[in-house]
Design a protein around this ligand. Structure first.
Ligand SMILES: Cc1cc2nc3c(=O)[nH]c(=O)nc-3n(C[C@H](O)[C@H](O)[C@H](O)COP(=O)(O)OP(=O)(O)OC[C@H]3O[C@@H](n4cnc5c(N)ncnc54)[C@H](O)[C@@H]3O)c2cc1C
Length: 390
């Protein structure tokens, strides 16, 4: 068994690391200052400027097919890059990307929605969650009623990332109540903000925040249906599926950086005349953190590898998401403890990570939903224990 990365993987990872170190990390001080003053961490033009710089470095559209100017990187390579991004808390991501399901758009829709999103001229958001339907997304109620060649949307979506900034939303709506979500009763619509939906900011414990989207008789033409009528829930599940290995990949980067900070602090901070790192209580926190980090790394890389092999990645991605999200929460908690009072201040990013990573156990499938998927696969015999080694 060979655990080493290929020369190409090492080279791309190194270039990404260099870009993050040279161009992104220098902004960290300013980002913390702004956030302490309740200002946005990075505005739209600053992010775009960074993304264009990254484009010159060769990073544009990590997952975007080459015909759209992207890199179309294998999942393992994307995972390695997301880990590098995670090493800085500046809310940066490489440009040239679009929601995976936007590639189902027809030619007209591609010109209107997909290409401008890839180019960074338009911002999208994806909306399935509702006040009455989160983990049980199949229970959504936002309705789309056909009226001539239009559809009229009524209802509310909630917790929508980018919902405040988005120019358009990909909205999963009920088009046939009788059929239910899994029976083809939902459809995805591309809905411009000008069509009349409005957003309301939701305060959270994290920086930035998602939004509620309110639809009151929002009229959408049939030509704005994404994919087929009845395909909404299926597209929604595909959208969520991608995050199951990118979220824990990002978590690895956060944990690596935070743990290194704790190690440096343990070697320099002195109590009772000696560095705190000489105490076994501190040493064990460091040892446990590295062990869990490595365990998460291999779960994440195997999930990404499974994608690259064209195998069904759902089971391994659920394990990576469940364990990776838990790992980063435990590591950041220990890192905060090692920093003592300093860890609790807003001088350092540690308390920021502590707030940020709590979300990782909730969105794109809670811990409980991942456990439900994993146990169901085993109980029904869809997956054998250790089956991936067969
Ligand atoms: C910051 C943020 C950004 C988000 N971004 C988006 C987005 O862009 N688009 C989007 O559509 N959604 C988004 N979401 C929504 C997110 O996916 C949901 O919050 C998540 O799926 C959980 O749903 P819920 O909050 O309704 O919790 P609920 O489903 O009400 O669950 C509450 C608790 O009960 C547990 N639970 C539920 N059912 C079971 C069960 N059967 N067995 C055991 N435990 C159970 C859950 O795990 C959870 O702990 C976002 C959420 C947040 C907080």
């Amino acid at each position: 068994m060979d655990f080493s990365l290929s020369e190409e993987e090492k080279a791309i990872r190194e270039t990404a690391r260099t870009f993050i170190r040279k161009e992104v990390m220098p902004l960290e001080h300013e980002v913390l200052r702004r956030e302490r003053n309740h200002q946005p961490s990075l505005d739209r033009s600053e992010l775009r400027e960074l993304q264009l710089k990254a484009k010159k470095f060769g990073f544009w559209g990590l997952s975007t097919p080459e015909e759209y100017g992207g890199m179309d990187l294998p999942a393992v390579m994307q995972s390695l890059i997301w880990t590098e991004i995670g090493r800085s808390f500046v809310p940066f991501r490489f440009g040239g990307e679009a929601d995976n399901i936007l590639f189902y758009a027809n030619e007209e829709q591609k010109k209107e929605f997909l290409i401008p999103t890839i180019e960074g001229e338009r911002i999208s958001c994806f909306a399935i969650t509702e006040p009455g339907a989160g983990s049980d997304a199949a229970n959504i109620k936002l309705s789309a009623r056909r009226d001539g060649d239009d559809w009229v949307l009524n209802g509310e979506k909630t917790f929508i990332t980018n919902g405040n900034d988005a120019d358009f939303a990909i909205v999963v709506a009920v088009t046939d109540r009788e059929k239910g979500a899994r029976g083809g009763g939902t459809t995805a619509f591309l809905v411009d903000r000008e069509m009349g939906w409005r957003s309301e900011f939701i305060q959270t414990m994290g920086e930035g925040g998602p939004a509620s989207l309110i639809f009151e008789n929002v009229r959408v033409p049939s030509r704005n249906i994404l994919g087929e009528i009845g395909q909404g829930f299926e597209l929604g599940m595909q959208w969520i599926g991608k995050g199951r290995y990118t979220i824990p990949s990002h978590a690895l980067g956060i944990a690596e950086r935070a743990l290194q900070m704790a190690i440096d602090y343990a070697n320099t901070r002195e109590t009772f005349g000696r560095p705190i790192g000489v105490n076994q209580a501190i040493q064990w926190m460091i040892a446990d953190s590295e062990t869990e980090l490595e365990a998460a790394r291999w779960l994440v890389l195997r999930a990404a590898w499974t994608v690259d092999q064209g195998m069904d990645p759902r089971h391994s991605s659920s394990m990576a998401k469940l364990y990776g999200a838990g790992m980063v929460n435990r590591v950041v908690d220990r890192v905060l403890q090692i920093h003592g009072g300093m860890g609790y201040t807003r001088e350092l990013p540690v308390e920021r990570w502590y707030r940020q990573v709590r979300l990782y156990r909730i969105f794109e499938g809670t811990d409980e939903m991942q456990r439900l998927i994993l146990s169901r696969d085993l109980l029904r015999g869809y997956t054998m224990i250790g089956g991936h080694l067969a």
